[in-house]
Design a protein around this ligand. Structure first.
Ligand code: BG6
Length: 463
């Protein structure tokens, strides 16, 4: 197998989906907390999540037992600076210091995300958060604080998780879809987030030249349902829009032509200042994280709305008849990960890390105190085989953090949709004790890590 000795095998969580303690320890409110509250009659909110704030020591012990080389988690900006741009909450800083120390002490590299869907809500109230340029300064100050306090031990940083998703879900930015200025605010916030990410990258490079830092892009691979020119052209356009346009904006020193075209088509002109391209160029990342779960097919014939206009949501809902799907319509297509990694590496030539990749399903704790998640084992095995092939073909892949380490609060479906290697015993409306129970996949992944990826039980079909 192709994995090098230092390959970063690990698993991932994010603050609002894992920590809970939403108002404990001096933490401020965030857009993620607010968004979870909006949905609280349907599913669990972020107030307890899976109680990582009180279970983290046990979780680090489990990571050690897993043999993990890396743990990806996010810092809650509002936990370390409750108002986003004001006083530092030393209690929050101490929490992350303890976690990072515990990881490093057992040889696990922290892979730290600065912003994972949870902007301090005080910034929304103060000036509309990232639609205002002042949020860039606030983010840079927060990033600098993290580099100062944690940078001696953290050598892998992710600036922003899935900006390309955030800017399509107004509530994640602190806006509401019924605001007439919503589209303009989202576009301006999108533009400012590129600058904020670049300023954090430049700051980190100056303070910790040995660190790797970059954004994390959500990257669904998009295929055409048929070879009709409509399907082929639409799949191409959507693939650029969802993944490669944002990647170009982060890496090339200017906003991608695709994003500029999309704003123009929507009649939106974000304010851009002289000197911004210098900021983007100085903040070019030295690695890139991708979150990759599945492929999607585009069926334009099935997705035409009134007047023949393409309904993008419907286009994405088309099903590939050759693949299995989760209950939530996410396909099982491990071989497409190889294609994705090749596409990404050959375009941008940056070291890559797969920072999210995982299988979700409804699960219950069995009478034997565990969960027999055979499908998740298949998913891991076949995606690792696909990564191995991509490495053999020349891709510089440095790590894989399976999503998620323990079950987390799914950002769209609460506790009903579980991804973890470790079962967390709580239901949407019954928090119980949040006890941890490793699933079969935990023990499988432990073997896989111990063999550095060589312990795959069988080579998947077609590789
Ligand atoms: C990614 C996010 O988009 O997908 C995670 O970074 C999220 O936060 C994951 O949990 C899966 O999505 P969902 O909606 O199933 O939780």
């Amino acid at each position: 197998m192709a994995f090098t000795e230092g390959f970063l095998w690990g698993a991932a969580t994010s603050a609002f989906q894992y920590e809970g303690a939403a108002t404990e320890g001096g933490k401020g409110w965030s857009t993620a907390d607010e968004r979870c509250c909006l949905n609280a009659s349907n599913q669990a909110d972020a107030s307890v999540a899976v109680d990582g704030y009180h279970h983290w020591e046990e979780d680090v012990a489990l990571l050690k037992e897993l043999g993990a080389k890396a743990y990806r988690f996010s810092i809650s900006w509002a936990r370390v600076i409750p108002t986003g741009d004001g006083e530092v909450n030393e209690e929050g800083v101490a929490f992350y210091n303890r976690l990072i120390d515990a990881l490093v002490n057992v040889g696990i590299a922290p892979v730290v995300t600065l912003l994972h869907f949870d902007i301090p809500f005080a910034l929304v109230e103060k000036y509309g958060a990232f639609a205002d340029r002042r949020a860039i300064d606030a983010f840079e100050r927060y990033a600098r604080l993290c580099f100062e306090r944690f940078g001696d031990r953290v050598k892998h940083w992710i600036t922003v998780n899935e900006q390309n998703v955030m800017v399509r879900i107004p509530e994640m930015l602190g806006y509401t879809a019924d605001d007439p200025d919503c589209a303009a605010k989202c576009a301006q916030a999108n533009y400012h987030l590129y600058l904020a990410s670049a300023r954090a990258v430049a700051c980190c490079k100056q303070m910790w030249p040995d660190a790797l830092i970059g954004p994390d892009v959500s990257y669904p691979t998009i295929f055409a349902m048929t070879c009709s020119p409509d399907d082929v052209n639409t799949a191409f356009d959507l693939q650029q829009m969802m993944a490669f346009d944002p990647m170009r904006s982060y890496t090339s020193g200017h906003i991608s032509l695709g994003e500029l075209r999309a704003w123009k088509a929507a009649g939106i002109t974000p304010t851009m200042l002289p000197g911004d391209e210098e900021i983007l160029a100085a903040g070019a990342p030295n690695f890139m994280a991708v979150n990759w779960y599945c492929s999607t097919v585009v069926d334009t014939a099935a997705a035409e709305g009134e007047g023949g206009v393409l309904n993008i949501g419907a286009a994405f809902r088309a099903r590939n008849p050759y693949l299995d799907y989760t209950e939530w319509g996410w396909s099982y297509d491990p071989r497409a990960l190889r294609i994705a990694l090749r596409e990404c590496y050959e375009r941008f030539h940056l070291p890559l890390m797969v920072c999210e990749n995982g299988w979700s399903q409804r699960e219950e704790l069995g009478a034997d105190g565990t969960v027999h998640d055979a499908k998740r084992i298949d998913y891991i095995r076949e995606h690792v085989a696909s990564m191995s092939q991509a490495i053999d073909e020349g891709v510089d892949l440095i790590g894989y953090t399976y999503w998620s380490f323990v079950d987390i609060l799914s950002s769209s479906d609460g506790m009903g949709k579980r991804y973890g290697l470790v079962y967390v015993d709580r239901e949407d409306f019954d928090e119980k004790e949040c006890a941890r129970h490793p699933k079969d996949s935990f023990w499988y992944y432990q073997k896989l890590i111990a063999s550095n990826g060589a312990g795959l039980e069988r080579v998947p079909r077609g590789l």
